[in-house]
Design a protein around this ligand. Structure first.
Ligand code: PLP
Length: 553
């Protein structure tokens, strides 16, 4: 590195000279660096500089030794070249030319990607800090236990034979928990086939996987249950390598025509109605399709055929622990078997999560898992083999005592019959939990919805209090009865559990008179959502070799 040239102390800088308008080097002397005009010039220069330089070079009056020290320390130690008046200046040239002078002439822009990287790191740090602050300030926090999700996937798959391919249904934004996040976790678990409902969801998923998981993004199949809905441009599906589930003869014909026009064959899944009467080709479509299979679907590459069961959770436990499917499910199986016989060389899928616990005849070639990941009860009334993934917590905003006769909330639906300590929690129907009228003791009605306040007593034991929701749920708030909770556990900020601490997803949905999928998919973006991995569920090595995407071939 060349020695640093001595500063020229022969000229002092006048205010005019120090203005950053000339490209002629204007030396800055130590004597002038503290003067008001120099400060003005420097401040002007400083404003022009990117933040790292601004903070690190110009924070103090110019001083060559200080500048050398600054250049040796991060982030400027990373700066190897700058552009000055359009000319690249190397780090060495920069020192030799006296950075103090250069910065005073302002025409410096940093070009190094290292600085950009540092800025990104600083941004990430700032973002992490912001997220931590937002978490503390949040009215409600949903925590997604990805370790439990991995365990549930493994437990479900362990019940399937080696020749059965597990696929993942992550529609409705992954049942409310983030489709891309879930896809990433499940891809790491070895899943390569995904279902969503809408074409828009499929496009978003492909795009976000390309951005966040590029090595796998195009190796996974993304199937769309809506199929090529009337009016949808087939090119949209083609561009994003999305496989439609064709639900009607019309959809089959249109997809076939799109393939023909492009002189190619396009992949698809064919869905048939085996008794649910909701989606898929009814018998008349099946017969018409097969009457001229070549004309109707000669340019379609069927991946498999599928149907959906209406009552697969209605099953009875046998003494040996296996489950006997209900009559309607057995009938749908028989109906679907008759359809599969018409497509002897095509694979088939009948079942969703519940079928994992049914006899292997329900597993066929592909099982479509959804609720499994979320630990929903697979069979009505049977023990749930899965581990809770989602917890939903809020915290007390304020507490008041309402005298007998006091009305609580909109419409005064709840009238206190005794002095009632009411805690308000910052979570309302706009956050997801449905609007509930809640019980009124005056009418002899118990509230169907309750939350849990859990704490540690002085002896370090867990104590838990079940608190009914009272008064109508409003948009942003709910009210709970905490009269029976000792004051030390129900102060502002005390944690309140809506889901978790014994309240399962099915309990939560049930309290609101619906199912766990509905309450979960309705969690709004206003809830702070966080993901945690478990150290005791180590990730598996990623299989980047195999592709399940018919489009990639
Ligand atoms: C066609 C189809 N397959 C699979 C699933 C997944 O169901 P589950 O969440 O019960 O696993 C659904 C969910 O609604 C579905 O509509």
């Amino acid at each position: 590195m060349p020695p640093i040239a001595p500063l020229d102390r022969s000229r002092s800088t006048t205010p005019a000279q120090s203005q950053p308008t000339t490209s002629t080097p204007q030396r800055t002397t130590a004597a002038t660096t503290g003067g008001p005009s120099q400060t003005t010039a420097r401040d002007a220069a400083r404003e022009q500089l990117p933040p790292p330089l601004r903070e690190n070079v110009l924070a103090r009056p110019f001083d060559n030794n200080m500048l050398r020290a600054k250049l040796a320390a991060p982030p400027l130690s990373q700066v190897n070249s700058l552009v000055m008046s359009g000319k690249a200046v190397t780090r060495e040239g920069l020192e030799a030319a006296h950075i103090a002078d250069l910065v005073a002439r302002i025409d410096i822009s940093v070009t190094r990607t290292t600085l950009e990287r540092q800025n990104r790191a600083a941004d990430a740090e700032q973002e992490a800090h912001l997220q931590a602050q937002l978490r503390e300030a949040a009215g409600a926090i949903a925590t997604v236990d990805l370790g439990a999700m991995r365990r549930n996937y493994r437990a479900g798959v362990a019940k399937l034979g080696d020749n059965v391919t597990p696929t993942a249904v992550i529609k409705a934004n992954g049942y409310g928990l983030g489709a891309t996040k879930l896809a990433q976790v499940l891809i790491e678990e070895g899943c390569k086939d995904f279902f969503v409902a809408r074409i828009g969801e499929a496009v978003d998923l492909r795009k976000s996987l390309r951005a966040r998981f590029p090595e796998m993004a195009d190796k996974v199949a993304i199937n769309v249950l809506d199929g090529n809905l009337a009016g949808a441009d087939p090119q949209l599906l083609i561009d994003h390598k999305i496989t439609p589930v064709l639900n009607s003869l019309q959809q089959v014909k249109e997809w076939n025509a799109a393939a023909r026009e492009r002189r190619t064959a396009l992949p698809a899944i064919l869905q048939f109605d085996s008794g649910m009467h909701r989606a898929g080709m009814p018998n008349e479509d099946l017969e018409a399709l097969l009457a001229d299979q070549k004309a109707n679907m000669g340019s379609i590459k069927p991946q498999f055929i599928m149907t959906h069961l209406a009552k697969s959770d209605d099953a009875t436990k046998r003494p040996d622990g296996t489950f006997q499917a209900g009559e309607a499910t057995e009938q749908q199986l028989a109906n679907f078997k008759a359809i599969t016989a018409r497509f002897p060389f095509v694979k088939a899928s009948i079942g969703a999560s519940s079928t994992v616990l049914l006899d292997p005849k329900f597993h066929m070639d592909y099982v479509r898992l959804g609720g499994t990941f979320h630990a929903q009860d697979p069979i009505d009334g049977a023990d749930n083999p899965y581990q809770q993934v989602l917890t939903l917590k809020s915290k007390i905003a304020q507490v008041r005592t309402v005298p007998p006769g006091g009305e609580i909330g909109y419409g005064g639906r709840f009238i206190a019959t005794r002095p009632t300590d009411v805690a308000t929690i910052p979570i309302g129907y706009a956050d997801g939990p449905p609007r509930a009228p809640n019980g009124n003791p005056a009418d002899g009605k118990e509230s169907p919805v309750h939350v849990i306040i859990k704490a540690r007593d002085e002896a370090g034991r867990d104590v838990s209090f079940k608190c009914p929701m009272i008064g109508a749920t409003s948009m942003d708030m709910s009210t709970i009865d905490v009269t029976h909770v000792p004051e030390k556990y129900r102060h502002a900020g005390a944690e309140v559990t809506l889901m978790g601490d014994g309240i399962t997803p099915n309990d939560f949905g049930g309290m609101y008179g619906t199912n766990p999928s509905e309450t979960q998919t309705k969690l709004s973006p206003r809830i702070f959502m966080e993901y945690k991995e478990s150290a005791d569920v180590p990730k598996r090595p990623l299989d980047t070799a195999a592709s399940a995407n018919a489009w990639a071939a």
